[in-house]
Design a protein around this ligand. Sequence first.
Ligand code: SF4
Length: 192
Amino acid sequence: MPDNFINITALNDFLFCPYSIYLHNAFMDMDEDIFVAAPQVKGKAAHKEIDSRTFSKNENDVQSLKVFSNELGLMGVIDLYRKDEKHLVELKNKVGGSLFLGQKVQLWAQYYCLTEMGYQVERISIYEKSKGVFHNVKIPDSEDRSTLENLIMKFREFDFSQQMEINTKKCTHCIYCNLCHFTDCDNVYNAD
Ligand code: SF4
């Protein structure tokens, strides 16, 4: 696998804020209790069964599968692929309201990895574990593919020395808020 493959989860982080990727890498070895917020803790707990491949007992369900796309230069891990339904599933503990572009982009990227690897995919969805509900996402069309390709290009070309646009609303929902020199605001999770 070439070194320059992008991890699919980083695309979502990039859409949220490019600097969060830098902070994620800079502090990844640090004790997570220092900055991981309540939603991430709940999300990780919800993921445990997927990571240990014990979420489903159905032998037609493939759990925690490594995927990649040579065409797009992407790699990642999908949560669940239901062979009998040709159904790609991303697990989230909670989905607040309508889906973000970042969440859709992650699924589109996983879809293209899987299909390039020879899997058939006819349905993609996010499974909201706390409610036991599937949120269907449209199979990506050529316009969605272009959106994904443009995002990958922007990711590869991003220059951290350029002026960053700071959105304080995002900062208050960013787990790295207290470690980031672009803001002195606090995040909303410290009250949890
Ligand atoms: S605190 Fe704000 S500027 Fe800093 S990484 Fe988070 S979202 Fe980006």
